[in-house]
Ligand binder design. Structure first.
Ligand code: ADP
Ligand code: MG
Length: 694
């Protein structure tokens, strides 16, 4: 799809903008600004009140003052290292301009004695004398008009000034030709949003701090533009996948019924809903692109396996890929029993498979003798071919982004795609990270789970904790003891796992073991196995146990310095206990005094086990940027939109984007063509490619 001609001036080189030479252009590049259009959506994050005053007397320092003065005497420094001072007089009083390391000659030209200038900068009192150190602006009266009463403050990198940014943004806006509106007219009217041009003018020329708020109509509109462009891309990816030659896979229920009959429990309502949604997607000729999201212990394995069985019942095969060898093995162990009940053949394929054995597996796979393949990314190697792959499943644990999923979809030919994630994330982030997918949520835990008793304990009461632990061990219980770091850090005083291990050993004897991230893997496996068997009763560990450990007999979790862990980490750690029938306990040890936010976080963990609620709280406390590494999550960087506060807009953008593409899949209607301009302006290159192929 070629770029509309009306946009050409906005795609010219940066140096075509006044005041921008090669050096500034390079500095801008570091800010992600490569074309004039990039200035449009880079908005000021603050505003400085530079309204003219008649005198210093009108304000209360320290503050920004903008005033006309007559330049008085210059006082060059008498000693090296002392400042250069210039006396000035406004309509009522005198004050001092102060410069450090300045060249006198330069200041003589800038501020000649006897002349009038407009100066603007921060005034402060020093020893009772008002002074303005390094004024932000010194202007001759005839240029005074170029300083707006409210000066926008842009995010800056080295080598770019506010004036350059403001000027460039202004020129970029002037180059914006009138474009057809891409926002749904009903939405625009309902929200009272301005046109793009008006919104940009308002957002770039704030008339006070109120205009910086994300809720102003101008900023809300620009945020929506960004979210809408992104959701159009996701919707294009989605419809590309769905319209790709999908294959209806209709389950007979024969194998699924066998598995369900073999279980001592019935599926939860959430499991039943999820499997019904998956079955419906697989039955349809459109390709499935679905996310299965469920907290630890919500029973994803059963849902995943039933989905794989649909593929087998329909006469085909299924594959499930996990991010690591350990997790792939754990899936295999979790599924083996279910597979036996169904009478299907499941095999594991990882990087460890070599030579003849591997070759034999590949032959069986190609001939359809293997029904379900589990493994690492090894399952998608070039020489791995299926007889009839119907379902490709990924257990992603936050390691995949949108782009990678698109690749996966391309590999699996006509296969339906199901992605599983165990990390509960708030709905707004799910819409951003997984907006190209349909989402099934397991928001209900299997019944009969005993709640984990969680308590916050100051580490001043460590003796009580030791005593409690000794009693529990005597009763045959097993415990994890998590420490934050392996070595004593000189910077932060953290109790190291090694010190803790030594002190617990001194009290409890050789039933205490230690695992940490720097141990050789074999040694680690050995210690884990001893804990699993119960030879070790207390496992002192760094956070290596966070992922993928399953010891149902362990019922006590002690987390030391809990206040320095993140919420989702605490949630995952606690999820290591409460896996069996016995009552479980989690002790959050903290170093008093707690800061307000640390206290708030620990109370969230103490008061709920609901991973989704915890993730919402986490978002509220930390903000979207911090919550998950942007690159890691595949979450885009938005310039204007704020995912935390504009979750509602994201949902609207998704619905609207899907509806528009439903009506106009190739974006050829008048509104579709307008949307193309938006995609160009907001760098949705991926969308361009998708339109081209589509
Ligand atoms: P997840 O993978 O979501 O963390 P699992 O699939 O490993 O959870 O399930 C956790 C435990 O719950 C397993 O022991 C499983 O057998 C059990 N389970 C799954 N579904 C149910 C159910 N509907 N009722 C009771 N127990 C269930
Ligand atoms: Mg599991």
């Amino acid at each position: 799809m070629s770029r509309p001609e009306a946009l050409f001036p906005l795609f010219a080189g940066l140096e075509t903008l006044p005041g921008i030479g090669p050096r500034t252009a390079k500095a801008l590049d570091a800010l992600g600004i490569t074309r004039p259009k990039d200035f449009l959506f880079l908005l000021p994050h603050s505003v400085i009140d530079r309204e003219r005053k008649t005198s210093l007397r009108e304000v209360v320092p320290p503050t920004i003052l903008t005033v006309e003065v007559e330049v008085g005497a210059h006082f060059p420094p008498r000693l090296k290292g002392k400042p250069y001072r210039i006396m000035v007089r406004d309509s009522q009083t005198e004050f001092m301009l102060v410069y450090f390391h300045a060249r006198g000659e330069y200041l003589q030209t800038l501020l000649p004695t006897g002349q009038r200038r407009l100066v603007s900068g921060k005034v402060e009192f020093f020893d009772g004398v008002a002074q303005m150190t390094h004024p932000d602006h010194v202007l001759r009266l005839e240029e005074a008009g170029t300083l707006p009463p409210f000066e926008p403050v842009y995010p800056l990198g080295a080598g770019v000034t506010q004036r350059q940014m403001a000027k460039a943004a202004q020129t970029a806006r002037a180059r914006l030709a009138p474009l057809a509106e891409w926002i749904d007219p009903h939405l625009l009217a309902r929200e009272g949003w301005p046109s793009l041009a008006e919104a940009l003018d308002t957002a770039h020329a704030p008339q006070g701090l109120g205009d910086i708020a994300p809720t102003t109509p101008a900023r809300a509109r620009l945020a929506y533009d960004e979210l809408f462009a992104y959701q159009i891309t996701l919707a294009l990816a989605r419809s590309g996948l769905r319209s790709g030659k999908g294959q209806p896979s209709i389950g007979t229920n024969v194998l699924q019924a066998k598995v369900l009959a073999s279980l001592p429990f019935a599926p939860t309502g959430a499991q039943a809903r999820a499997i019904a949604q998956i079955a419906q997607d697989m039955e349809s000729p459109a390709r499935m692109n679905r996310l299965l999201q469920g907290d630890v212990g919500s029973g994803k394995t059963l849902v995943a396996f039933l989905a794989l069985l649909i593929a087998v019942e329909a006469g085909g095969q299924g594959v499930m890929m996990a991010p690591t060898e350990i997790l792939a093995r754990q899936h295999y162990e979790g599924i083996a029993g279910l597979a036996a009940a169904a009478g299907v053949r499941v095999e594991l394929l990882t990087g460890r498979d070599k030579g003849k054995e591997r070759a034999a597996k590949l032959v069986d796979l190609a001939q359809g003798k293997i029904n379900i393949l589990l493994g690492t990314h090894a399952v998608f190697q070039k020489d791995v071919s299926f007889q009839d792959l119907r379902l490709a499943m990924v257990d992603e644990q936050h390691r995949f982004g949108v782009a990678q999923r698109m690749e996966l979809g391309a590999k699996g030919a006509a296969a339906d795609v199901l992605v599983m994630t165990a990390t509960p994330i708030p709905r707004s982030l799910a819409l951003a990270s997984y907006g190209d997918m349909d989402i099934s949520v397991l928001d209900e835990k299997p019944p009969g789970r005993k709640p984990i008793k969680t308590a916050m304990i100051s580490d001043g009461r460590m003796d009580e904790v030791f005593a409690h632990l000794a009693r529990a061990i005597a009763e045959g219980k097993r415990a994890y003891w998590v420490c934050p770091l392996v070595e004593e850090s000189e910077v932060v005083d953290l109790t190291s796992a090694q010190t803790r291990f030594a002190s617990l050993r001194a009290q409890l004897g050789d039933m205490v073991g230690l695992v940490h991230g720097q141990m050789p893997p074999l040694e680690k496996d050995l210690v884990m196995a001893r804990f699993q068997r119960g030879d070790i009763k207390v496992l002192v560990a760094t956070t290596v146990i966070e992922v993928g450990v399953n010891v149902p007999e362990a019922t006590i979790m002690v987390i030391e310095r809990a206040e320095i862990f993140g919420l989702s980490q605490l949630h995952q750690l606690r999820g290591r206990v409460g896996r069996g029938d016995a009552e479980s306990t989690c002790l959050l040890l903290y170093q008093a005094p707690l800061t307000e936010s640390a206290g708030r976080r620990l109370r969230v963990i103490r008061d709920t086990e609901d991973g989704f609620r915890i993730s919402e709280e986490d978002l509220a406390i930390r903000g979207a940027g911090d919550l998950i590494g942007t690159a890691q999550s595949g979450l885009p960087k938005f310039r204007v939109a704020d995912l935390e506060r504009q979750a509602g807009l994201m949902a609207i953008a998704q619905t609207d984007a899907r509806r528009l593409l439903g009506d106009d899949p190739a974006l050829q209607s008048p509104r579709g063509l307008a949307v193309r301009s938006l995609l160009w302006l907001l760098d949705q290159e991926r969308a361009m490619q998708l339109i081209r192929v589509g």
